[in-house]
Design a binder for this molecule. Structure first.
Ligand code: ASP
Length: 441
């Protein structure tokens, strides 16, 4: 058992992922896809569901405690404006690149050309979106306890920031509450470590079930679309995030990549960036050296509004639809697709398949009728998961890249910790003052 805990967590998580793919594929071969999926659903997937519940359990306490203690540790509320401004700007910039990369890949690979939509079962989707005013107003909770109970991330961020500012303004009188939250943040991070020990098994179980449930024939029929989406996601990850880390920040890309493998694997297997948030926060603070003041604010915000993978996907799907139904698009159409895909990705929730159901907003730009939208959604839905997993992993990567950049610009990045090799076992750390969890080998 000793070797298990001595092996770095990211290696165990990746091992779980690889074994999950193998089990799903082998069982599908032996029993047939449907029977394998049923068997895995009964006997294996519950371990994955258990893991997912465990990380969901941590979202609210982790955001609240890290953000409040982060604001208090900043010591100056003015810094918050600067952190918020920089992160929103950078989130928007990366999303801009994402949607155009999606469109370019859609044009290059032509995934919808000659596709046979005959077998698709139409899935009608609503085209009504909540108004922008309502969405902005909802950021202010009428009842913070209800916001916590509903895991309403933006409302929790709003309340936590105000709480932190209140503590700072109260000075000596507020110290007790401030200390309480930083101590609570430590405790919740410890719980995150316990939960992360379940990650290799959870990832294994979720991936095994997904591989069997998606079925190889279904995947083959839509293979070019999957290849297009994966290629665009990888190129965006390398060019945009790799570029930010290497050329804008002057930091080693490999340290960045290794530091967030747990979060990427969890995002990949759960297809939920909101669900992955506790792992993302733990990886960013402990492996990348992003201080809590930045991680606690920038990452929950990113999990809510920054979805570059989703933006890329929506751009590609818009072109897929145009190609499948023979629409002729002009440059103005592409620009409109880019704009609406960016807006839709900001509005997408960090949950499985959220992006696909926003397709109607993007397709509205070139007046695709509701019946055709329903056919496209019905055609994609059975295999959406395999693309959802990858775009979610990219969404989480983007959040971490932006958090690292903002932390560096604000002087809130522990570069020694960022650069430390990640081959050590996952050693829980105690707070920001502690030495790096990863020591040189
Ligand atoms: N599943 C994605 C996420 O959680 C959203 C999407 O469907 O694109 O980030």
């Amino acid at each position: 058992m000793d070797w298990w805990f001595k092996t770095a967590l990211w290696k165990r998580v990746l091992g779980g992922l690889a074994l999950g793919v193998a089990l799903g594929a082998i069982l599908s071969q032996i029993m047939g896809g449907d029977a394998a999926a049923d068997w895995l659903e009964t006997w294996v997937k519950p371990i994955g569901d258990l893991f997912f519940r465990l990380i969901m359990m941590l979202i609210v306490p982790l955001i609240l405690t890290t953000l409040v203690s982060g604001v208090v540790s900043m010591g100056d509320p003015k810094k918050l404006g600067s952190i918020g401004g920089k992160s929103v700007l950078l989130y928007l910039c990366t999303t801009f690149f994402a949607v155009w990369i999606g469109i370019i890949f859609g044009l290059l690979f032509q995934p919808g050309a000659g596709v046979d939509l005959g077998g698709a079962e139409a899935v009608p989707v609503s085209t009504e979106a909540e108004s922008l005013t309502d969405r902005l107003l909802a950021i202010v909770p009428t009842n913070p306890v209800a916001a916590l109970a509903n895991a309403d991330v933006l409302a929790i961020i709003f309340f936590a920031i105000l709480l932190g500012i209140g503590i700072l303004m109260a000075g000596r009188e507020g110290k007790l509450v401030g200390d309480f939250f930083s101590s609570a943040a430590e405790v919740v991070l410890k719980i995150t470590h316990i939960v992360m020990e379940v990650a290799p098994f959870g990832v294994f179980a979720l991936v095994a079930h997904t591989v069997a449930a998606q079925g190889l024939e279904a995947l083959a029929s839509i293979g070019l679309l999957i290849v297009t989406v994966y290629a665009a996601l990888i190129v965006h990850g390398i060019l945009v995030y790799g570029g930010i880390v290497r050329f804008v920040l002057g930091l080693p890309v490999m340290s960045f990549a290794r530091g967030i493998i747990d979060a990427q694997a969890v995002a990949y297997s759960t297809a939920s960036s909101a669900g992955t948030l506790p792992v993302t926060i733990a990886n960013a603070t402990e492996n990348l050296g992003v201080k809590r003041s930045v991680a606690g604010s920038v990452l929950p915000l990113g999990a809510t509004i920054n979805m570059d993978g989703t933006g890329i996907y929506l751009g590609i799907l818009a072109l897929f639809t145009a190609q499948a139904f023979g629409y002729d698009l002009s440059f103005a159409d592409y620009a409109l697709i880019a704009f609406t895909a960016a807006v839709a990705s900001v509005g997408a929730a960090g949950i499985p398949s959220a992006g696909l159901f926003l397709l109607a907003i993007v397709l509205g730009t070139f007046n695709v009728p509701a019946e055709q939208i329903a056919i496209i959604v019905g055609f994609i839905l059975p295999v959406d998961r395999i693309m959802d997993m990858a775009r979610t992993a990219l969404n989480v990567t983007g959040d971490c890249a932006v958090a690292t950049a903002v932390a560096k610009w604000e002087g809130e990045l522990d570069e020694d910790r960022f650069r430390a090799p990640a081959d050590e076992p996952y050693t829980p750390t105690t707070g920001e003052a502690s030495p790096p969890s990863r020591t040189p080998d």
